[in-house]
Design a protein around this ligand. Structure first.
Ligand code: PGA
Length: 254
């Protein structure tokens, strides 16, 4: 039995208008009202954050942003800072999602700067790492994870790590319906925990929560959560349907 409190986070990506988002949150709020032994986080599009902040106020649902810019303010047309996301009511920010890395060319150094800005704002960073299919098949998986974790967390100390959650998301399992087996995910989580043990003093490796992401569904969540080193899930597609997300939040604890 682990002491790490589970997190189920929904990444809504570029879906849902404000009214659609409000309707979904209302349902989640009502049907998950009894949940207190696990953290529930939703990450809607930027434009829905302010209306949803009002919607989740006083509930057990926390708001996250899907991205931020590392600068506090300045001439960065089109960008949003961690401080402004805190201002609108976010408590966490997803950083380094594979779609940001692949489609928007985000580097490990840029992601590292973002994580630092999230922590400086007093928010929790949900830091995504994961290998592509090509990298896995050419046996570069551990090398890639090592680079992403090391460079993404560069310059952070053990205290800062208390506000970092890692999400292991194998790119080949995102939006593909191809979930990593619970054992494959567990192996990657153990490897990442080992990296943390090497990078930080003390008990950080045992305290840091590592989420799995990539085609998480009601049908596979229980098996994933039964793994010792899987502390929760970052859910894309299935977080857009109330029924599915509710079932995922209500995973069975063995
Ligand atoms: P998916 O997305 O659950 O739709 O595979 C996960 C993610 O991108 O975080």
């Amino acid at each position: 039995m682990t002491m790490r409190k589970a997190i189920i986070a929904g990444n809504w990506k570029l879906y849902k208008t404000i009214s659609e988002a409000q309707a979904l949150v209302k349902q989640l709020r009502e049907e998950l009202v009894d949940i207190s032994d696990r953290e529930i986080i939703i990450a809607p599009v930027f434009t829905a954050l302010a209306p949803l902040a009002a919607e989740v106020a006083g509930s057990n649902i926390q708001l996250a942003a899907q991205n931020c810019h590392p600068a506090v303010s300045g001439a960065y047309t089109g960008e949003v800072s961690a401080l402004l996301l805190k201002d609108v009511g976010c408590t966490s920010i997803i950083v380094g999602h594979s779609e940001r890395r692949q489609l928007f060319g985000e580097t490990d150094a840029f992601i590292n700067a973002k994580i630092k800005s999230v922590l400086a704002a007093g928010l929790q960073a949900i830091f995504c790492v994961g290998e592509t299919l090509e990298e896995r098949e050419s046996d570069e998986m551990f090398e890639v994870l090592t680079r992403q974790v090391r460079e993404g967390l560069l310059g952070l100390d053990s205290m800062a790590m208390e506000n970092v959650v890692i999400a292991y998301e194998p790119v080949w399992a995102i939006g593909t319906g191809k979930v990593a087996t619970a054992e494959e995910a567990q192996d990657a989580h153990v490897f990442i925990r080992g990296l943390l043990a090497g990078l930080f003093d003390g008990k950080i490796d045992g305290q840091t929560r590592i989420l799995y992401g990539g085609s998480v569904k009601p049908e596979n969540i229980d098996g994933l959560m039964a793994q010792e080193d899987i502390d929760g899930a970052l859910v894309g597609g299935a977080s857009l349907k109330a029924e599915d997300f509710i079932r995922i939040v209500r995973f069975t604890q063995l």
